[in-house]
Design a protein around this ligand. Structure first.
Ligand SMILES: Cc1ncc(COP(=O)(O)O)c(C=O)c1O
Length: 363
């Protein structure tokens, strides 16, 4: 987290301790409300189309589980779909008789637009894809998918968990109806924060699977009215400090400029891939026409967990991505685990050189 995010989050916690939770929320009303404006400005929508929730998973779930599915309805997704999303597809398919279908990749390893076009018919109820998958640098062509979804009038849900804060995102340019994301990744916000965008013209058609006195109003003994805006996907109790921190994180990213951030990340990731690939046994695993700041690789004869452990001794943090997080893609490529090194704009060229030198030493 950048210092202003940390400061704002801690300051609100301190205020809660000093004057009380309700009182602090009231005093911070403008800062909390600002987060909706910041999120809306970041992705090019209006504030009433934003719900702020506890993470990207819950944001995605709240929208997905609101879509009414009938037997035979088709859900189209892509090879690199994230486990939590796919588990939800499988659950809904089991419960409702909807069918999950995976559009194959093209030669570059991204969703095949041709295959998607061919798969469209009147039974397709939803197109749901992940923009940047959890296991690599792939950037799926979400705007091109959006054109196909729009032409066919199909609800289009984008998981932008790993792309928000990394690159410019505009929901109109993408043509999506729903978009979910997290605060804790490229936005550099506090953990336990995320937000959901739902296009105004489908809001009324989506009844949240979970309602409380914030999402709806109890109007008579046998009646309730669901609120008209996207906050129908929120619930009453929330992490105010996190919400304020999220708004500051969005402002912080915006102040650098998303175009600038994206340019810098791509340059650093390119440097990292270029310097990694000649190292003995290293295989870069990223696919797609456009590749982002998440660099994944394996090393012949070396376990990714061991690489992570060894690098941590030099205060170098990487993560390990496992087969079960993106099962379809990993199985199709015969992969079990990969090392994942994510760069952000604050990384330096020298750090990348040190990373490659250190890796070479431990191989
Ligand atoms: C593609 C994708 N979607 C969703 C998530 C979940 O995000 P969160 O932890 O904020 O729920 C992740 C986390 O790694 C992810 O990679």
């Amino acid at each position: 987290m950048p210092q202003p995010v940390l400061d704002a989050t801690i300051a609100h916690l301190q205020l809660e301790a000093q004057i009380g939770g309700y009182e602090a929320a009231e005093r911070a009303h403008d800062a909390v409300e600002h987060t909706y404006d910041a999120a809306a400005a970041l992705i090019g929508c209006t504030r009433d189309e934003i719900a702020i929730v506890e993470n990207a998973t819950r944001a995605w779930d709240m929208a997905f589980y609101s879509i009414p599915f009938a037997p035979g309805d088709r859900i189209l997704t892509a090879m690199a779909e994230y486990a939590s999303n796919y588990i939800a597809f499988l659950q809904i398919a089991k419960k409702t008789g909807a069918i999950v279908e995976v559009i194959p990749n093209d030669a570059h390893g991204q969703i095949s637009l041709e295959a998607l076009r061919e798969a469209i018919d009147e039974r397709v109820r939803l197109i749901a894809i992940t923009h940047v998958p959890t296991n690599g640098g792939l950037v799926n062509p979400i705007a091109e998918v959006g054109k196909i979804a729009r032409e066919a009038g199909i609800i289009y849900l984008v998981d932008a968990c790993q792309s928000i804060g990394q690159m410019p995102i505009n929901v109109d340019r993408i043509g999506c109806d729903i978009l979910s994301t997290t605060g804790r990744k490229y936005l550099r916000g506090p953990r336990g924060t995320g937000f959901l965008y739902v296009r105004r013209n489908i809001l009324e058609r989506l009844e949240s699977p979970l309602l409380d006195l914030h999402a709806a109003e109890w109007t008579a003994q046998d009646r309730f009215t669901i609120r008209p805006d996207a906050r129908r996907f929120e619930n009453w109790e929330t992490n105010y400090a996190g919400k304020i921190g999220l708004g500051v994180a969005i402002d912080y990213a915006t102040s650098w400029g998303l175009d600038n951030i994206w340019r810098r990340i791509k340059a650093l990731a390119y440097q990292l891939r270029t310097q990694l690939s000649p190292l003995p046994g290293v295989i870069i695993r990223d696919r797609g026409v456009t590749q982002c700041g998440i660099v994944t690789f394996s090393v012949e004869g070396m376990d990714p967990d061991e690489i992570q452990h060894e690098l941590s001794k030099y205060t170098i943090n990487v993560s390990v991505t496992r087969r079960s997080s993106t099962l379809l893609d990993m199985e199709a490529r015969g992969l079990e685990t990969l090392v994942r090194a994510s760069v952000h704009y604050y990384n330096s060229e020298e750090e990348i050189e040190r990373f490659c030198r250190t890796l070479e030493r431990i191989l």
